[in-house]
Design a protein around this ligand. Sequence first.
Ligand SMILES: Nc1ncnc2c1ncn2[C@@H]1O[C@H](COP(=O)(O)OP(=O)(O)OP(=O)(O)O)[C@@H](O)[C@H]1O
Ligand SMILES: [Mg+2]
Length: 333
Amino acid sequence: MNHSLLDIENLSVYFDTPEGVVRAVDGISFDLAPGETLGLVGESGCGKSVTSLSILGLIPTPPGRIKSGRIKFEDRDLIGLDTENLRRIRGRDIAMIFQEPMTSLNPVLPIGRQVAEPLMVHKDLTKSEAFQEAATWLDRVKIPAARKRLSDYPHQLSGGMRQRVMIAMAMVCRPKLLIADEPTTALDVTIQAQILSLMIGLKQELGMSLLLITHDLGVVAQMASRVVVMYAGQVVEEAAVTDIFDQPFHPYTQGLLKSMPRLRVRGDSRSQRLNEIPGTVPLLTEVIRGCKFADRCPHVFKRCRQQQPELFVIRNGQRARCWLKSYPERRTT
Ligand SMILES: Nc1ncnc2c1ncn2[C@@H]1O[C@H](COP(=O)(O)OP(=O)(O)OP(=O)(O)O)[C@@H](O)[C@H]1O
Ligand SMILES: [Mg+2]
């Protein structure tokens, strides 16, 4: 597709550590159309945050380095773009809600100033215009008595409110792309639902694209139209949301779905019990010849340990990195 807003092609990001080279992201490709919401899912440590930080040019170098690939945003490759241009794109065209609220909120600055600043930097608003607009945004993200809270410091807010301030900060410049890295993980279920519906509303209003990073497939089902599943730094499956839930192909995706709590019944701990995928993610310093999921896969056979599968087309819009595509007789379930 040539009409994507964001097009990541064969991106590899490595970290040089005393334990060896960590292949955190290892040849991933995906794209995102204007207005689309793409869910990026996978277990802890599979490279979701590293992918998003790469888009914004925020990989600490060293120890990190972009080993290969292209990150095309509109018509430009963000890799290798000079700091000045990157800074301009960051905040104005691409905004991010970070996994750790305190990474993006400055503890010693009042929140009003923090929400207003991008408007002064990117949109040339005067200080009073920017503060006016900041108050409007704090109100829109449902911070009670927003105008009075402009002078509050982050520590004076609850976790859910801090998350809202981050959303306001990300949205003020009306970005074309919002990257949200686990925007609701730290929040309780009620607040989580409020934040998600807030994001859906703002997204529709602004017509922006959303890259939603989470390990919660329930959140994906609610928000995204397409899903990319990552495992150990690679894309292992990509599909429309409906296909991922109805006909997941990769055994890893199937495992993730089985580990998803089916019902969240209040006060019933049994309904929360998870069916976890046995085993652990391989060390990313290891060079694995075959499929990276082989050690945990219920369907593993000889070829899986010998040769890395490519991303095979399963059906229209669905691809999976699994040899079962070539050996359908081995699919037992
Ligand atoms: N600065 C760093 N130095 C060394 N290794 C790093 C660094 N940053 C990330 N990594 C490694 O890269 C891998 C991918 O990490 P990443 O943070 O992208 O995972 P994630 O999918 O976001 O996980 P989570 O769901 O826990 O947020 C991990 O093995 C991590 O240890
Ligand atoms: Mg992360």
